[in-house]
Design a protein. Structure first.
Length: 215
């Protein structure tokens, strides 16, 4: 299996869980370290190079986890460069990763592509209990939801299931110390959902605890 953004937080925890379960894990992160695959998801060339390096290698599961939060100051502090960077990393990069690694998933046994989304990107639920001014992050996760649906349609004929998963408000560098959910609890819930995913679940949006999330 392969996971992006594996250098810390949720990505690192997911990589460790899968390694402990006996999977060969390709942990991708910006800073190359021993046993990790260098990948800068902000750089389309880096993503294309990842596909070239892994050519011919079957991959059962790909998890698009890498993401950034961006500005949270609301409309008054919205800045073009920050907004576009968040969209590039959170919405465009998963599409480019999916395209680069499609042959690897085709060669794999499980054939599951996972986008780590967020309830913050839900048009119905995203602002129910949260008034943060994170325009870029929310827009990027809403775009990722649409990417999940489109990829599910596009990949169905290949037998590849594509899902979006909400990890909850997790205590990581992004989520902060006040977050409600331990990263281990979130990762374990996500792994259970991923491991049970078939084409019957393709195009779905669920939370780490199994609850369906509205688009």
């Amino acid at each position: 299996m392969l996971v992006t953004g594996a250098g810390r937080g949720l990505g690192r925890t997911l990589a460790a869980l899968y390694a402990a379960a006996g999977f060969r894990v390709i942990a991708c992160m910006r800073q190359a370290t021993e046993g990790a695959m260098p990948l800068d998801v902000a750089d389309a060339g880096s993503i294309a190079m990842l596909g070239e390096k892994l050519a011919g290698q079957p991959i059962d599961i790909v998890i698009n986890n890498a993401a950034i939060r961006g500005d949270t100051g609301g409309l008054s502090s919205l800045e073009e460069g920050d907004f576009l960077e968040v969209m590039r990393i959170n919405a465009l990069a998963p599409l480019l990763v999916a395209r680069a690694l499609r042959p690897n998933l085709l060669a794999g046994r499980r054939k599951v592509l996972v986008n780590i989304g967020s309830r913050a990107g839900s048009l119905e639920e995203g602002t129910l209990d949260d008034d943060d001014g994170d325009y870029a992050y929310r827009c990027s996760k809403a775009a990722l939801n649409m990417a999940t649906v489109k990829l599910a349609q596009d990949f169905r004929g290949d037998g590849i299931a594509v899902i979006s998963l909400h990890p909850g408000w997790v205590r990581t560098d992004m989520g902060g110390e006040e977050a409600a959910i331990d990263v281990g609890v979130s990762a374990a819930g996500l792994k259970m959902l991923i491991d049970g995913t078939t084409l019957a679940q393709t195009g779905s949006f669920r939370a780490y605890d199994g609850r369906a999330v509205a688009w």
